[in-house]
Structures are given as structure tokens and as C-alpha cells.
Design a protein around this ligand. Structure first.
Ligand code: FE2
Length: 406
């Protein structure tokens, strides 16, 4: 398979926007390349799966599917956050599979996974029982099986790290810690106090019909803001404002995040038809910070948008060469959740974001189609999308390391 991957061609996508060109179109649709990418990028990187406030109490757990892997994140009896595979070591059933509410109409649909609070996990299939650390504590009718050792059997442990309230997992237990690589981002967004914010209105779209990288590129690049979103994005133009041009952080080897600033004409602007933030500004922001939007990406899965009154975060989980699972949610200070009419204002904010989605999502679907065309070209980039070649460089480093390591 890998003999068909041309490293020389991939290397042309590395470097700054001034000289780099787009990745070869097949990286957005080829099933063989997709398998290679899961292996070279997702098998050893920190993948965001959720937020700390989803597992506040002992026994709280949630399910996630980073890179298609069924995973459970839980606060164990010592109140530590643990991550483990949901795959039962017996016959491969997922211990957090949700079998409730199944009827003749939906029984063939993709399995849903549970979240909630538990004292243990019991596989629904044969009732093997695992404690909150994933250790097997019970397996009925197995005592005559001479080759079976209960102590050696359990849910596979997965490395976990929390950064600013975001929970990341890594399938490589020897991976370097994530935190140090995020120092620049940490510094740039300290005043948003991301760790203290609370997730509101989380939603998951299971089958988004375009490659995961198209989603990342669309979220992060500011070039389209004044074009595709002409009108509704006018308060924060692609180019920035006089005296404060839009910009992206320098992205250097060892950096674990890319981020950009889109200054706005208005203080406390917002992505809704009023152009104004609907909630009070976050308490520690400077005037400069209240006059810009920040887009951040912790590759390969976490996107964070930060604005005057709130933040929002997406996780992007590839499910196939031309599909991904997208989860999204808002982040607000806890006290804002108590303000009168919070629910009504949130509804207005969500409707505001809907205007953008109705332009971005069909654009991304059409881009997927275009990149599968015999006429698909390799991009040249504007300075307003300089983050895409940064992302390409990060990807190509992973591809190269994987190709050379074989
Ligand atoms: Fe957009």
C-alpha cells in the first residue's frame, strides 16, 4: 500500500503559504491513504474526546469514538480521570453499547453508546464485569477454562491528559505529554479561562459527508469569512481592521497548536444578525481581546473558537475517507448560565451559527466532490489562509515519519 504514496509529492505541501501547494487531492478521498493516515497521524497523537465537566463525580463516564475507536472516559473511585477501550476482551462486544430503545425500525442503525454514572461496567453480552479502572472483576462460568487468567484480562488502558478542561486520549502509551507543546496557545488565550468554562448544548453529527481535513481547513482559514460569509461576517473582515490585520501564530517544530486572530470592527461582536455579543463579555478579557475572534486548532481533532462572550469547541473524528463525526458545543462561564433568559439568548446564538453552517457545510460537501474530480488542482494559498499550509506541514511530518519508519 505505502509504495503507492509518493513522499516527494507530499513534501511540496510543507512550508509557508508563499511556496507550499495543497496536498494531493487523493489525501481527501482515497481509502488506502485513509488507512495510512489513521496509522501515521491518529494512532500516536493526542485526540480530544470531551471536557472535564462531563465527568465531575466519581463514576461519571462518557463514550467517545476518536478515530472510530470506541472509548470510555470515566472518573474512577480515586477521583482520577481514566480512559479505556470499550471493547470487551471476551468476544469484542462494546461494554458501553446502548441496547435500550431498539425496535424493528432502528435495529440496523449504527450502535449508540452510553454516558452516565456507573459503579462498574457490565458487558451486556455475557455479563463480564469491569471496575472503573477497566479491571475484570467477574466473568460467569469461566472457571473450567484452564487457559483463562482473570487478572490478565481487562479493558485496554488508554493514556489520558487534561488541558484547560479538555480531555485528550492517546493510543500510544509512550507518547510525549501534550501540555508542554501547547505553551504558546496557553499564553495567547489565558484570559479566556477555558478551564473554568462549562459546556452547553453539546451535539453530535455522526455522518458528515466530507473528509475531516476539509472541516479543519474551513474552520481555521479566514480567507472565506468576507467572501462566502459576506454580510454576516462583515463585523470581523478577513483582512482584519485598520491597525490590526488578521494574523496566525508562527508554527514551529514542537508546537502542538495553530491559532489565528481575526480582529473585529466592533467591541463585543457576535456571530448573529445583530453583530453583537448576546451575553456579557468574559470577565478577564482586555479591550483588544474583546475586539477579535480567535480560532485555534490542536491537531488532529480539537477546534476552539473564542469570542468576547463565549467559546465554542468542535471535535472532528474521521470515520472514513469521505466522512467524519463532528461534535460541537458552547462554553460559558457558570454564572452566565444563571442569567435571565439564558435559554432564549442561547437559542438566538445557535440560530446565528446556523447562518454560517448553511454556507459552510454545503461548501465543504461541494469541495469534497471537487477534490474527487479528474480536474482537481493543488491549491495556492492566500496569506489569509496561511494556517492551511501550517496544517499541511504538520500532516506531512507525520506522513514522512511513518513512511521512513517502515
Ligand atoms: Fe465559514
Amino acid at each position: 500500500m505505502n509504495s503507492s504514496i509518493d513522499l516527494e509529492e507530499l513534501l511540496k505541501s510543507r512550508g509557508s503559504y508563499k511556496e507550499a501547494i495543497g496536498l494531493p487531492p487523493r489525501v481527501y478521498n482515497d481509502p488506502d491513504f485513509f488507512d495510512f493516515e489513521i496509522d501515521s497521524v491518529f494512532a500516536s497523537e493526542w485526540l480530544c474526546v470531551g471536557r472535564e465537566e462531563q465527568v465531575q463525580e466519581i463514576g461519571d463516564y462518557f463514550s467517545a469514538k476518536p478515530a472510530g475507536e470506541p472509548v470510555v472516559v470515566v472518573r474512577n473511585s480515586e477521583s482520577e480521570i481514566r480512559a479505556m477501550s470499550s471493547v470487551c476482551p471476551h468476544r469484542g462486544m462494546c461494554v458501553t453499547a446502548d441496547l435500550d430503545g431498539i425496535d424493528d425500525q432502528n435495529m440496523l442503525e449504527p450502535t449508540k453508546f452510553l454516558s452516565g454514572n456507573a459503579r462498574y461496567f457490565r458487558c451486556p453480552y455475557h455479563w463480564w464485569v469491569f471496575n472503573l479502572d477497566g479491571e475484570l472483576t467477574g466473568a460467569p462460568e469461566m472457571k473450567d477454562t484452564d487457559c483463562f487468567v482473570m487478572e490478565d484480562t481487562g479493558l485496554a488502558k488508554i493514556a489520558v491528559e487534561v488541558w484547560n478542561g479538555f480531555i485528550f486520549v492517546n493510543f500510544d502509551e509512550n507518547a510525549d505529554p501534550l501540555g508542554p507543546s501547547l505553551a504558546k496557545l496557553e499564553n495567547a488565550v489565558a484570559n479566556y479561562n477555558l478551564d473554568s468554562l462549562k459546556t452547553v448544548d453539546p451535539a453530535v453529527i455522526p455522518d458528515v459527508p466530507f473528509n475531516w481535513k476539509i472541516m479543519i481547513e474551513n474552520f481555521m482559514e479566514m480567507y472565506h469569512n468576507s467572501r462566502l460569509h459576506k454580510g454576516i461576517h462583515d463585523w470581523a473582515p478577513s483582512a482584519g481592521v485598520p491597525g490590526a490585520p488578521s494574523s496566525y501564530s508562527d508554527f514551529e517544530p514542537g508546537d502542538g497548536a495553530m491559532f489565528g486572530f481575526n480582529p473585529s470592527l466592533e467591541i463585543d461582536g457576535g456571530f448573529n444578525p445583530t453583530y453583537k455579543a448576546l451575553f456579557p463579555p468574559l470577565p478577564n478579557l482586555s479591550e483588544e481581546e474583546r475586539q477579535r475572534v480567535v480560532f485555534a486548532f490542536v491537531p488532529p481533532t480539537l477546534l476552539i473558537g473564542m469570542q468576547a462572550d463565549s467559546a465554542f469547541w468542535f471535535t472532528v473524528n474521521p470515520t472514513g475517507p469521505e466522512t467524519h463525526e463532528l461534535s460541537m458545543a458552547y462554553l460559558f462561564p457558570e454564572e452566565v448560565l444563571e442569567i435571565p433568559l439564558f435559554d432564549e439568548l442561547l437559542e438566538a446564538a445557535i440560530r446565528g451559527v446556523g447562518y454560517f453552517n448553511r454556507q459552510d457545510i454545503p461548501t465543504n460537501i461541494a469541495t469534497q466532490l471537487g477534490l474527487s474530480s479528474r480536474f482537481a488542482n493543488r491549491a495556492h494559498y492566500s496569506w489569509q489562509e496561511a494556517v492551511i499550509p501550517q496544517f499541511n506541514s504538520w500532516l506531512v511530518d507525520h506522513y514522512e515519519k511513518s513512511l521512513k519508519g517502515r
